[in-house]
Design a protein around this ligand. Structure first.
Ligand code: ATP
Length: 358
């Protein structure tokens, strides 16, 4: 396994890119640590596949370098890079048995049969497919086929990285969580560097120790699931992660204070210096409550979503959502809205600019 470094990486599909809008990947500098479980998360079109193809060697970046353990592999073919990939759709040989499918990547590298047998048995045990090893792959259910496909990705222990590209797309929703937790468990056992590409926050947050969030060709934050939830560094992360996402409302900055609807809003900490007309307050619905407050609004909607209720309140022209577990106000009520101070942040041009309270 290897540490993977992306250094000043940029990519445009245009032969002669002019401005940033011509780049599918803006400048990316990133280290993927050896043995880490990473998710690459972002909406459709943000550049995930482009980045994956650059790491695997299917695409040569317009600018920048890829290093595996500080060795420049930018000009190397996918084969030379020694990578395992698991795709959206299972890649297995239908006419072979499950055993032969799992053994294939090892036999292909000339591994001798005793070692093949040992490793296939280990992987089969981890995936809990020992009882179907002698079955032909053609008769397997889609989730078993994808399990075998994952097994083929994990069977070699000499690869630099295992990359999963939306591997649960074809899996029934009720089986997804099973395979997802299986993959997490496998990471702990094989200790490989893994990159899991998805647009689904649940998949990313349950699989990965660290999540790389992308938007419009940029990495907007790298963090643990808790960090992404607690302190989004960009409004995109706040909005994309969470259900509902972070409330983002415009504000004015005057004399170091943030004002919304003419009132000073208490913040987690001081605002870093800088100038912009595009300033916003971000606060997650989990940290909004209702009661005595000079910030008043009208309840627009109350949704009961099981364990808790989501209350949407109009503050002037701006809607904010709060999550509450006890008795909710009713539609049309005029209520006070309280922002939990240590969770109230300011973003300038999308980027977090409040300092963390001690
Ligand atoms: N072969 C190509 N030629 C030209 N433009 C491309 C090509 N492949 C991707 N793009 C563009 O590059 C940008 C990033 O696309 P990419 O497929 O990497 O995103 P993605 O996050 O993987 O999206 P998805 O989840 O839909 O696959 C998009 O604007 C896309 O239209």
């Amino acid at each position: 396994m290897a540490k993977i470094t992306l250094s000043h990486l940029k990519h445009s599909y245009e032969p002669q890119p002019k401005g940033p809008e011509d780049y599918a990947l803006q400048e990316i500098d990133l280290d993927w640590q050896d043995g880490g479980a990473y998710a690459l998360l972002g909406p459709s079109g943000c550049g995930k596949s482009t980045l994956l193809n650059i790491i695997s060697g299917l695409l040569i970046p317009s600018e920048g370098k890829i290093l595996f353990d500080d060795r420049d592999v930018t000009a190397m073919s996918p084969d030379q890079r020694n990578i395992a990939q698991v795709f959206q759709f299972p890649v297995i040989y239908d006419t072979m048995t499950v055993y032969d499918n799992l053994a294939f990547p090892l036999r292909n590298r000339g591994v001798e049969e005793t070692a093949v047998n040992k490793r296939v048995s280990e992987i089969a045990a981890m995936l809990e497919v020992e009882d179907i090893l002698n079955r032909r792959a053609s008769g397997l259910s889609p989730d078993n086929k994808q399990k075998i496909s994952m097994g083929r990705g994990l069977v070699r222990d000499d690869v630099n990285v295992v990359m999963f590209d939306e591997p649960l797309t074809v899996i029934d929703p009720h089986l997804k969580w099973k395979l997802r937790s299986k993959l997490k468990e496998l990471h702990h056992r094989v200790n490989a560097t893994m990159i899991y590409v998805t647009h689904d926050q649940t998949e990313a947050l349950t699989f990965a120790d660290r999540v790389v969030v992308m938007d419009e060709g940029q990495v907007v934050q790298i963090g643990t699931p808790v960090e992404l939830f607690e302190r989004p560094e960009h409004t995109f992360v706040g909005h994309f992660i969470g259900s509902p996402g972070m409330n983002i409302i415009p504000c004015m900055i005057e004399g170091g204070a943030a004002k919304f609807m003419g009132q000073i809003i208490d913040l987690e900490g001081p605002i870093k210096s800088g100038v912009s007309t595009n300033c916003e307050i971000g606060i997650r619905p989990e940290f909004i409550s209702f009661g005595e407050s000079s910030l008043r609004g009208t309840v627009k909607k109350v949704s009961d979503i099981g364990r808790h209720k989501v209350v949407e309140v109009m503050l002037g022209d701006h809607k904010v959502a709060g999550i509450i577990e006890d008795i909710a106000p009713e539609k049309g009520d005029n209520i006070g809205v309280i922002f939990q101070k240590n969770q109230t942040r300011v973003y300038r041009d999308g980027w977090l600019v409040t300092e963390k309270a001690d």
